[in-house]
Design a protein around this ligand. Sequence first.
Ligand SMILES: C[S@@+](CC[C@H](N)C(=O)[O-])C[C@H]1O[C@@H](n2cnc3c(N)ncnc32)[C@H](O)[C@@H]1O
Length: 303
Amino acid sequence: MKVVPKWFPDLRQFVPHFATKESPQIPIACKIQSYQEYELGYRKLAITLGRASSKPAPRELELLRLLIDRRTNPVGSLGVPDCLFMTAFVSIIRPRRMIEIGTGSGFSSAVLACAIDPRRTDSCTPCVDTLDAHATYFGDRELPVGFEVPRLISEFPRAVRVHAPRESDYIRNLAFPNELDMAFIDANHQHPCPLLDLLRLVPYVRSGGWILLHDIRLGTLVEESRKNGVPVAYEPVFGAEWLFDEWPWTKIDGGNIGAIQLPMERKAIWGPVRRLMKRPFEVCEQSYRRLRDEVSEAARTLD
Ligand SMILES: C[S@@+](CC[C@H](N)C(=O)[O-])C[C@H]1O[C@@H](n2cnc3c(N)ncnc32)[C@H](O)[C@@H]1O
């Protein structure tokens, strides 16, 4: 008798389809909470992505653990479940290279580089281009953004190229149209900044490609903590959360990190853009007009 794991539901629910029409889409839950859950979570994610035969690379999890143990300051960076989800996702999709928006210390850039090619067959070619609006690290303005990269991946530091101070309009210098299989957004989470970053990435990601979004539950988590009497130093921000929730095509929920799949027709993204632009902006009022203009300009380039 064949043993079917409990989580193994109807595959039709899972295998991504390239929607051309907008329909409400319930995210597929694929959280990987701990190192122990990695193998099972990986398998589930691989099936979800229609790549059931994918296997983790040798030492993939070991390398990730090493990075997590080596990092100096996890504040504002990815938690362990986020890292596990991101590593599994990248390992399954196997992109040749990636762009990241929001470098911070460079921790997530190093995680991406290890996941793309844990064996680093070519240690000279960069595989992660990461950009940050600030030249210095938000946790210590004495340090340059991306300062952790050379220490975290000392064997192949050139795998990561840091571009700072730069914003998402710089992507046009980093990739060709339709080139990328996936990208990662973890920059300003105030609405509508994640939407703007997404729109500026879309022309460079192939149809049916994926965009990972970090902090898709940040607003709710902060609100819930406050309701439970736990003081949180910063305000709840919903930019990434609203973008993920509003996305009408295939999306995968990894907890506080998620993946959204681009539709075949990019013009279809105008629908969610229009709906999202009706939500209250979370940036300061002086930026409203500039952001409206930048979102409109980026949306116009969708074809
Ligand atoms: C949450 S941190 C990134 C953490 C990093 N991805 C990690 O997990 O290690 C967000 C970063 O985005 C940068 N940032 C803020 N606004 C930005 C923007 N509009 N474009 C690019 N980067 C931005 C900040 O300077 C900060 O370093």
